[in-house]
Design a protein around this ligand. Structure first.
Ligand code: PAF
Length: 285
């Protein structure tokens, strides 16, 4: 595996790969790899002739007061893990290489970015779509891999790729969970043991919500009340939002009578956690 630091090095590498007619997979990450990242990497390595992983803690997707400064980083460990998985290129540019002096261009996906996390993280998705477009442009992958844990991010990226006619297949991969159900996230490392226990209210309340819908509850309001009452009983966690939305438009639904996504975000201490569960009703009908 080679570690490349600049856009020009990646472009030169991409030209060589094109000459070989090899298919290229890209796994965009912010590093601090956990099993969730590794599942994306394994899938890319299995699917594509050549796999690139980008590792860049993108400052433009963090808001003021968020955890940009403390975001977990361990480049040496990430390099070791990626190379063990068979990754060909790790692209780890310095910030100045992605956002040069005078940088002034942004990509904004409308509508899908206004609800859910967009309500609480102004400018976040603009930062995500801008960096993802830049990465797709530099690496020019045939496929790019993202986790379904960030369900809204995945939907927004799919929309951008479709709207801008990008020639890249976006592959969404299932959320990887700890044995007790907590979705894997680099931010879990911030949690104290007490907070780690309290964080379970997030996956458990969403599982309860899914079960209610699967057993016939059609009122989104009633399902969400059940989520809120679980949070009310957990003093270390505060619910930021819980919503039941259409899987494609991300618009809230009132009746759970088709496929829906239940999505939520909460704060455990200063740590913001998100999770979601898809409920498939169409397949059952
Ligand atoms: O999901 C992430 O880790 C980031 O949002 C991404 C897609 C790598 C863009 O910085």
């Amino acid at each position: 595996m080679v570690v490349l630091k600049s856009v020009s090095e990646v472009r030169a590498w991409r030209r060589r790969v094109r000459a070989d007619d090899a298919s290229v997979g890209l796994v965009p990450t912010m590093g601090a790899f956990h099993q969730g990242h590794l599942s994306l990497i394994r899938r890319a390595v299995a699917d594509c002739d050549v796999t690139a992983v980008s590792l860049f803690v993108n400052p433009t997707q963090f808001g003021r007061g968020e955890d940009l400064e403390s975001y977990p980083q361990d480049l040496e460990r990430d390099v070791e893990l990626a190379s063990r998985e068979g990754v060909d290129v790790l692209f780890a540019p310095p910030t100045a290489n992605m956002y040069a002096e005078g940088y002034a261009t942004w990509v904004e996906v409308e509508r899908l970015t206004t609800g859910l996390c967009g309500r609480f993280r102004a400018g976040h998705f603009r930062g995500v779509t801008t960096i993802v477009l830049k990465l797709l442009n530099v690496v020019q992958p045939d496929r790019a891999y993202f986790g379904e844990k960030d369900y809204q991010q995945l939907a927004v990226i799919r929309r951008m790729v479709q709207d801008l006619d990008l020639e890249c297949e976006i592959v969404g991969m299932p959320t990887i969970r700890e044995p007790d159900g907590l979705a894997m996230s680099s931010r879990n490392a911030y949690l104290s043991p007490e907070q780690r226990r309290a964080a379970l209210v997030l996956p458990r309340s969403l599982t309860k919500a899914r079960q209610l819908i699967e057993s016939g509850q059609r009122s989104a309001g009633k399902v969400l009340r059940a989520v809120k009452s679980r949070f009310a009983a957990e003093p270390l966690a505060s619910l930021q939002y819980a919503e039941i939305v259409d899987p494609d438009t991300l618009e809230p639904v009132e009746r759970c009578d088709r496929d829906v996504v239940i999505a939520a975000a909460c704060l455990v201490g200063d740590t913001r956690l998100i999770d979601n569960q898809m409920v498939k009703l169409r397949e059952r009908a």
